[in-house]
Write a protein that binds this ligand. Structure first.
Ligand code: GYE
Length: 330
């Protein structure tokens, strides 16, 4: 597949390495709205998942900053509290309001075909940010986000290197069931630990929330005892932070008695890594606002855009986290 570097100098993204892959968008999802209404203001409906995590807060902030009045946008913001029906209803509302463009962070992968077709029929272009959908990519103009499977692979590679042939009992705190990051992070991790002595003894969803992670971990600790668990793989930092509370309440030492690997690298997660309570974190960059806004403007201007725009992630050990924690923007 063709790879080329896009938008390397994008202001707020600073040193991030960006790559884009895939084919150019085609016409039916791109609409012909042109940039903005009579007043030149571009009205954008943004359907956010909810406010489940630190990652989500940083993502919402990045989107609001990029789609600001100062930048020529009127943003209609909706957070669906992780209710998929409510999120689809919000998108239908945007269509009825006749917005210039719609941006969606889809809670789950499935179930988008009808409403995306309705947007295409209304000539309203859709840009996806963060999570992906299973619907045909003819139904949206572009997607910008992270490679969730690669994140899972990077977390799994750390686990494989750390535990290898040592018999290891692992529990998994899954993200929201049916969401792209939960599906792909599970798949990538499982592939990376294949052939090692790591045994997945249990796996349940904690819905990407701190409370969810805590409750599920409490259940695991009751069932297997702290001595019966060596490793926690949390699909995001917030669930890892909840698990830390549960492990400490059970009288064990997180990061030592039970090791933890998670994904996101948000401030609280990085602090727990520096404090030795998490052992390894794979980054998932939430600062997607400028890229999403750039795509919306390009699509409205009738320019050809990449169908998939990937932002690169990095990984952090405890030592590396200590070096960078003070300089990170989220
Ligand atoms: O990892 C998690 C959030 O979709 C990548 O959603 C995002 C995930 C992120 O709630 O913290």
């Amino acid at each position: 597949m063709k790879k080329k570097t896009l938008l390397a100098g994008f202001a707020l993204l600073g040193a991030l390495a960006l790559t884009a892959t895939g084919c150019a968008s085609d016409s039916d999802a791109t609409g012909d709205a042109g940039s903005g209404g009579d007043d030149g203001v571009v009205t954008v409906g943004f359907a956010q998942t909810g406010s489940e995590s630190g990652w989500r807060s940083a993502n919402t902030e990045s989107m609001k900053e990029a789609f600001s009045a100062e930048n020529g946008f009127e943003l209609i913001f909706n957070a669906a509290d992780n209710d998929t029906a409510a999120q689809i209803a919000a998108v239908r509302d945007f269509i009825n309001q006749g917005v210039d463009a719609i941006v969606i962070a889809p809670i789950v992968e499935d179930g988008w075909d009808d409403v995306l077709q309705e947007a295409a029929d209304a000539g309203i272009p859709v840009v996806l940010e963060d999570r992906t959908v299973s619907a045909s990519d003819d139904l949206y103009a572009s997607w910008v986000g992270l490679d969730f499977k690669k994140e899972g692979v990077m977390a799994g590679e750390w686990a494989a290197e750390t535990f290898g042939d040592t018999p290891t009992k692992m529990v998994v705190l899954e993200g929201t069931t049916g969401s792209a990051p939960a599906n792909d992070r599970a798949e990538g991790f499982d592939e990376a630990i294949e052939g090692t002595a790591i045994e997945k003894i249990d796996s349940q969803t904690g819905d990407f929330t701190r409370d969810g992670g805590k409750t599920v971990m409490e259940g695991f600790l009751q069932k297997y005892g702290a001595d019966g668990i060596d490793l926690v793989y949390a699909h995001n930092d917030d669930m890892a932070l909840g698990a830390i509370e549960a492990i400490e309440a059970a009288g064990a030492e997180p990061g030592v008695d039970i090791q933890i690997v998670s994904i996101d690298a948000v401030k609280d997660g990085m602090q727990a890594l520096v404090d030795g309570k998490i052992n390894f974190i794979v980054e998932c960059n939430p600062l997607l606002g400028d890229l999403a806004a750039g795509l919306v403007l390009d699509v409205l201007d009738g320019k050809t855009v990449e169908k998939k725009v990937y932002v690169e992630d990095q990984t952090f050990t405890q030592e590396q986290a200590a070096e960078v924690i003070d300089s990170r923007p989220y």
